[in-house]
Structure formats: structure tokens, C-alpha cells
Design a binder for this molecule. Sequence first.
Ligand SMILES: N[C@@H](CCC(=O)N[C@@H](CS)C(=O)NCC(=O)O)C(=O)O
Length: 259
Amino acid sequence: MIDFYGMGSPNVFKVAIMLEEAGLEYRTHHVRVLNGENYDSTFLALNPIAKVPVIVDHDGAGSDQPLFESGAILIYLAETYKPELLPASGHDRWEILKWLMFQMSLVGPMLGQVNHFHLIPSEADSYAARRYRDQAERVFRIVDERLKASPFIAGDCYSIADIAVHPWMGYLKRHGMDERDFPHLIAWRDLLDERPAVKRGSAAIAEMVAKLPAAAAPPSDEELDEFFARRAPGPKVDLASYVARGPMFTAKPDPNARD
Ligand SMILES: N[C@@H](CCC(=O)N[C@@H](CS)C(=O)NCC(=O)O)C(=O)O
């Protein structure tokens, strides 16, 4: 059994997809990051960096050792349970790890910062906001070009590199891009959205986020100030209109999707 800690976010979605691709049994725990629950001492004992996702595999090789950083989690789950998504050696392994590192070092960090600037309308035209938007466009362009040359991110086969990049591509519209400018990315995203494991992973995240009764209580202004501007009260965050721009994930949740 695996304990899986997360929230509704792309880094967490990656792990849900991987758990489903590997057909593993897991229990989800919703960590309400916007309410600051990631700073509770019980969670910090699992991840001193105070970020989701985290897994604890009670049966695997690293028995009971909490694992954080979604890239490390994907490598662990593939090597332990689903080696076809990361071969043990050879050319394909290094292609996959190369593109996984691209996701971890560029896709996630750049697109994650764009979210922050879009959430604070008064900041939307600052130099920093424009810089991150340009970087995001560059990331979407790199992925589109890559998928023009190759059916999957790391080559001819679906791998943990696809699992890592895919959930972030849902942001294209929210980040103000025109989907028609990224046809190869969109075709690949649509294909992956139809994978049964992706639909089940999407349903698992929706269920994780919904099952807490307290999910009905949105984070207070103070908690949002704390999250978005930890040291000083920040400008007002407009979460509702940002969310209304479009879905975070494009895959349709389906807990019963069959392989
Ligand atoms: N590099 C980390 C990033 C994890 C991350 O940024 N998690 C976000 C949610 S997607 C989070 O927990 N943020 C809370 C915070 O920064 O306080 C990974 O890939 O696991």
C-alpha cells in the first residue's frame, strides 16, 4: 500500500497517473496547501521542503521512506513497478531522463511562476510577469517542436517523460496561448487524455480534493497572503477569475476507465 499526499496540481497529477499506469494500490491524503497545511509538523516530517507530492510506499524497496520531488517519485515507481516506462539502461533510458530533467528544471518552474502572476491582476504587466510569460511560451514551443519530430516526448514510446510533461500542458489556455499555435502538442495531449490511467488518475485527484469536508472552506485572505507573499502582505489575489479561464487538466476524470 502506498500513501499519496497531494492537492489538485500538475506535479501531483503526474504521480496519480504513474500510480494508475502501474496498477498500484494507494490511499490519497489531501494537503490543503493554500491553507498552509504543508507547514504542519506532521507533513514537514514527510517533506522538509513543505511541498506536495509525497509518497510513502509501505511495501517497496525503500519501505516506509517518504519520497518527495515528483521526478524522483516517477523514477522510483517506474524502476520498482513499471520498468517499461524507464528502461534500466541504454539509449532510451537517457533520452527519458534528459526530458524528465527538462520538465523538472524548466517546464514546472517557469509555468508555476506564470500562475502566480496571473493570479495577481495588478502584477500582470510587470517585467517579471512578462519574463515568465515569455519563458512559458518558449516551453510550450519546445514541447510542440519536440512532438513534431517525435511521437512521444522521449522518442517512440510513452514514458515517464510524457507523464511528467503532460499535466503541465493543460495550462496552455490559462496562460493566454492560442491552442492553434501548438498543433503537435495538442494532438499528443488529446491522445494522452484518452489513456485509461490518465482518466483514473484525474478522477483520483478530483476525489482527493473533494473528500475533505473542509474543502468547502476556501482559504482565508490571510492564508492567501501568507501563501503568495510570505513575508509581506501582497496585492490581492483573484483566484476565482483565473480558475474561470479554463480547466487545469484537460483529461476527463473516469474512475472506471479500462486499459
Ligand atoms: N519540484 C517539486 C515541486 C513541487 C511543488 O511545487 N509543489 C507545489 C504544488 S504543485 C507545492 O506544494 N507548493 C507549496 C509551497 O510552495 O508552499 C516537485 O516536482 O515535486
